[in-house]
Design a protein around this ligand. Structure first.
Ligand SMILES: Cc1ncc(COP(=O)(O)O)c(C=O)c1O
Length: 370
């Protein structure tokens, strides 16, 4: 359990992947020569139609604060009405809106606390701590392939009544993906406890055997579930930032009240629309990820490392000392995520890129072990 930060001040901000220009300067590396395996986004780059669509954006006009057209396209995609959707400046903005809204005024006797399923994305506890909330953790069992005891998790929800429970599915960084029945058990526990279960599906479009979680928004637990999606990840719109929440109209309007106007800029809105119009992109991205993942797993095993099975577009790899491997590869212009901030200092996380880049990574790692 993480201590609450009762002053409501940030203690430590979450650690993220991605390359910082200041770090490149320090290392004397040219940004054009480096490959980023530390962020996990589509290996295809943005869909081609995005570049064309961006040319037509009127930069002198304010963006649509309601993201009307994008919401309509998303509503059609998911078979929901537009009032079930809130678009955000990346799903990170939505995580923070959820924390601000539900931790300042928990519903139905819920407590000012956040439950996370660890090890996981740091922004959930980070957003909770910013609100001065208590952070509770259900910790996965490493020996069981980072599975959680879901019966215990449901009990913790029932006993602790956290205002928010964040489940990352598939989970970052372990790649564990929970099926429909397991998530329903958690949603039912949440519904009985005044808890809002946030299912962060940032990476779900890279899962081969995924199930459609929007069915949770139509059943008896519909008021107690929020789904988060990241178009940043899906379509490699990493520099633009784009995400959305799917939830009941009540939850959506509660979050929308706190969102600053014009939060989602015009370039991101237009890029999102153009990306959705490309109906073959995601299946190509999944296939590309699948091939590269098989290649990496085979080669990591050959080198004597242990990559964990992953349903997502990243691999958690047991290498002995994550920070040492990060340094070694960084000197070769390859950036991987050292997993110490997840409590896994012996691991690195590799965001799966296209095959030529993965070959370069395997060559570099092979040279280091020889
Ligand atoms: C699990 C998870 N959710 C959300 C995000 C944030 O994505 P976005 O770019 O949509 O804010 C990340 C980014 O790393 C992530 O790993």
């Amino acid at each position: 359990m993480t201590e609450p930060n009762l002053a409501g001040q940030p203690t430590a901000r979450p650690v993220h992947g991605g390359i910082r220009p200041a770090q490149l300067r320090e290392l004397g590396l040219n940004p054009n020569d480096v490959l980023d395996f530390s962020a996990s986004v589509s290996p295809l780059g943005p869909p081609r139609g995005v570049w064309e669509a961006l040319q037509g954006v009127d930069l002198t006009a304010y963006p649509d604060p309601e993201c009307l057209e994008l919401k309509e396209a998303l509503a059609q995609l998911h078979g929901l009405e537009s009032d079930h959707i809130l678009v955000g400046n990346g799903s990170t903005e939505l995580i923070h809106l959820l924390a601000r809204s539900y931790l300042s005024q928990p519903v139905d006797g819920a407590e000012r606390s956040v439950l996370t399923f660890s090890p996981t994305y740091g922004e959930y506890s980070g957003a909770g701590l910013l609100e001065g909330a208590k952070v509770l953790e259900v910790t996965a069992c490493r020996e069981a392939g980072f599975a959680w005891d879901l019966g215990r998790a449901a009990e913790t929800i029932a006993n602790s009544k956290p205002a928010l429970a964040f489940l990352c599915n598939p989970n970052n960084p372990t790649g564990v993906y929970l099926g429909r029945k397991n998530v329903l058990v958690l949603a039912q526990a949440a519904a009985q406890s005044g808890t809002l279960l946030v299912v962060d599906e940032a990476y779900v479009n890279f899962v081969e055997e995924r199930w459609d979680a929007t069915y949770l928004l139509q059943g008896s637990v519909r008021e107690s579930v929020v789904l988060l999606r990241s178009m940043t990840k899906d379509y490699a719109l990493t520099g633009l930032r784009l995400g959305y929440a799917l939830a009941s109209p009540e939850v959506v309007s509660r979050l929308a009240r706190l969102q600053p106007d014009w939060s989602v800029n015009s370039l991101a809105q237009v890029a999102g629309l153009a990306a959705l119009a490309d109906t073959v992109y995601l299946s190509t991205a999944r296939r590309t990820v699948g091939e590269a993942r098989d290649f990496l797993v085979e080669n990591f095993q050959r080198m004597g490392f242990n990559p964990l099975p992953s349903a997502a577009n990243y691999l958690l790899v047991e290498v002995g000392d994550g920070s040492v491997w990060r340094e070694r590869l960084m000197r070769r212009g390859l950036f991987v995520r050292d997993c110490a901030s997840f409590g896994l200092p012996d691991c690195i996380r590799i965001g799966i890129r296209a095959m030529p880049d993965c070959r370069r990574l395997v060559e570099a790692m092979t040279a280091e072990v020889e």
